[in-house]
Design a protein. Structure first.
Lengths: 100, 177
């Protein structure tokens, strides 16, 4: 038997790691992976609360979050490829112009 | 210490180690591989919570499909070691202590104020047989909307990642109509 708070602590830690990676990383792909890490942390708390409250809808929401994450990853990586094609860099510090 | 707690701690340790490794590595492919480890360990946590369907989808969609997309992009763009800049040093200076502070604060709040209600192993069986009716009856409209979302995402990805039309003057441009 594991207390609910343990799951929440793990989920919060994963989310904090994601936020930190989003802030300190300079490679645009790694920043994107940090967002996925945040989504995973949120998913864990969804499933933990679903088990705690005996509400199966929480697991369905995790499914929807995964679908949205998949769509986001497809579009986001396509944007990264487009950015790389025009700027020839993946460093976000050098991507600072809206228009070339 | 029950077996459940031992398994939770084992998977949680892999999660934490992978998340920290994602931050510590400078090459994106190393970060991607540690993120795959985090996702696989999270699938174990979902199994402990009884969410079998979610665990399977986590491995197939997240650790499988999405991360393959990431690794594919990293290899396609030939991403190298990231260079540190002035802004990123400031972010490290404030980001790491901020993360530690936030984590400790969250852990303190959760451990002190959320009680100690235990979640039994497999408390809520989330087999596909029980998820399916919920998904196709109660959540039918969101389900259909996500299918439209995926369709738009496919089209958006194709439009964004396809080569921009080159002008006919510059070399042998192959136009796709």
């Amino acid at each position: 038997m594991v207390p609910l708070s343990y799951y929440l602590v793990l989920s919060g830690f994963l989310f904090a790691c994601g936020v930190t990676g989003f802030l300190i990383k300079r490679n645009i792909i790694t920043i994107f992976m940090s967002i996925e890490l945040m989504l995973n942390g949120v998913n864990l708390s969804f499933v933990a609360f679903a088990a705690h409250w005996h509400a199966l809808a929480g697991q369905v929401f995790v499914f929807f979050v995964m679908v949205v994450a998949a769509a986001e990853a497809a579009v986001g990586l396509a944007i990264i490829i487009a950015v790389y094609r025009t700027r020839e860099t993946l460093n976000v510090d050098q991507v600072n112009l809206l228009k070339l | 210490m029950s077996v459940h707690l031992v398994l939770f701690l084992a998977f949680g340790a892999v999660c934490v180690a992978g998340a920290i490794n994602l931050l510590a590595q400078t090459h994106p492919i190393n970060s991607a591989l540690s993120l795959i480890a985090v996702m696989a360990a999270l699938a174990g946590e979902y199994l402990l919570l009884g969410a079998e369907f979610v665990a399977a989808v986590q491995v197939i969609v997240y650790a499988g499909a999405i991360m393959v997309l990431f690794v594919f992009t990293i290899m396609l763009l030939n991403a190298g070691v990231e260079e540190r800049t002035q802004g990123s040093r400031v972010a490290v200076l404030f980001g790491i202590p901020g993360m530690l502070l936030g984590s400790v604060l969250m852990a303190w709040v959760f451990l002190r104020h959320s009680g100690t209600e235990a979640v039994a192993a497999g408390a809520l069986p989330g087999a596909p047989k029980t998820i399916g009716p919920l998904l196709f009856h109660e959540f039918l409209l969101p389900f259909e909307i996500t299918s439209i979302l995926i369709l738009i995402a496919i089209m958006g990805a194709v439009v964004l990642a396809s080569k921009p039309p080159t002008s006919p003057a510059s070399g042998p441009a192959r136009r796709v109509d």
